[in-house]
Design a protein around this ligand. Sequence first.
Ligand code: ASP
Length: 385
Amino acid sequence: MPWLMKNLIAAVALALMSTAAHAQEDAPEAPKWSLAIHGGAGTLSRTAMTPEQRAEYEAALQAALDAGAKVLAAGGDAMDAVKAAVIVMEDSPLFNAGKGAVFTWDGTNELDASIMDGRDRSAGAVAGVKTVRNPILLADKVRTDSEHVFLMGAGAEAFALEKGFAVTPPEYFATEARRRALERMKADKLSALDVDHKFGTVGAVALDMEGNLAAATSTGGMTGKRWGRVGDAPVIGAGTYADNRSCAVSATGWGEYFLRVGVAHEICARLRINQSLMVEGLLATLPSTEEYSGMTPEALEAFRAKASETVSSAWSAEAQTIADDVMAEVAQLGGDGGVILVTPQGDAIFSFNTSGMYRGRATSSGVREVAIFGGEEKASATPDH
Ligand code: ASP
C-alpha cells in the first residue's frame, strides 16, 4: 500500500477514535458545488504577455466561470454548467475551440469535442466537424439522442443537420492570428508547438448540489494537423472523463501523449481504487463495535459527520497527488499540458507541467479565481464541509 494512503488511513482512524471519545454536535453538511475550467496550457511567459492581453484572457475566463457558476449556484445540473462554461470559450476567438480554432495543414478548421455525465457515465463525442458553431452541444446530442458515443467528420455533420443544428459557414471559425500561425509554420518549417507555444483547448468540470459530476472538452486540435489527425480532446478516457464514484477530468496538452496515458480515465480509476483501499484499510483499523455500544444516537450521528469530514479532507490531498502523478507520467514520455478535476467532495484541482495554464475555479464556499501562470491561485478551493 502506498505510504500516502497508509498515512491517510492512520489519520482518519485517529480522528474517528478521538471523535468517538468526545462525540459532539456537528452541523449537517450544507449543499455544495464546485467548478473548474481551463483554456489551454503551454509555455506561457509573463514577460511576453502585455497587461492588456492578460486582462483580455482573464475577462474571457471569468465570463466562462461565471456562466457555469451561475447554473450551479441556482441548483442546476453539472452537465448544464460545463456546457455553459465551454460555450463561452468556444465563442471567444481567444481560445483554440469553436471560433478561433487552429488551422489544419490544408487551411481548414476542424473541431473536436466530448462530454461525459458522471451519473451514468453516458458520453458523447465528435471529431473533425467544420460547420457546427458549438461542437460541445453536438457532442451532447450524440450522447442524448443517438445510440453512439463518437461520430466523426461528414457523418457527424449529417447527424447535426438531422437534429436541427444550424450550418455555420466555415469562415466563422477563422481568425487572422491562427492563419498567420499556419503560414509561419509552413514558411519556417516549425512544429505545432513552436508556432503555438500553448494549447488553447477549453474544458470544464463540475460538481452540482445533487452530488453529480460532469466533464466537457472542446478543441481545434493542433496547428497544421493533417491526415485526419485527432488528439485526446474528443476521446473519452483520454481528454475527458466523469464518474460520480471518483472525479471529473478535462485535459489540455500534447494530445498524442494524453492518448497514450489515457489521462482522464487513469486519474479517475486511481482515485476510485485508492478510495476503496482506503475504506478497507479504515475498517481494519477501527476498534471493535463493543467499544461503541455505549454511544447515544446523537453521539453516533456526530461520529458519522466527523468521519465524513475527515475522509473528505484527506481526499483533497489524495486527488492532487494522483493528478500530479499522472501528469508526471505524461512528462516522462515527453509530453506536456495539464488537467482540471473536481471530486465528489468538491475539490477543484489543477495540475500542469507547463509554465502556465489558463484556468479558473469557483465553489459554493465563495472561491472565484482565474489564473494564468503557475502558483497564482490561493491555497485551497475545497468547499466548506
Ligand atoms: N489536446 C489537444 C490536442 O492534442 C490540443 C490542446 O490541448 O490544445 O488536440
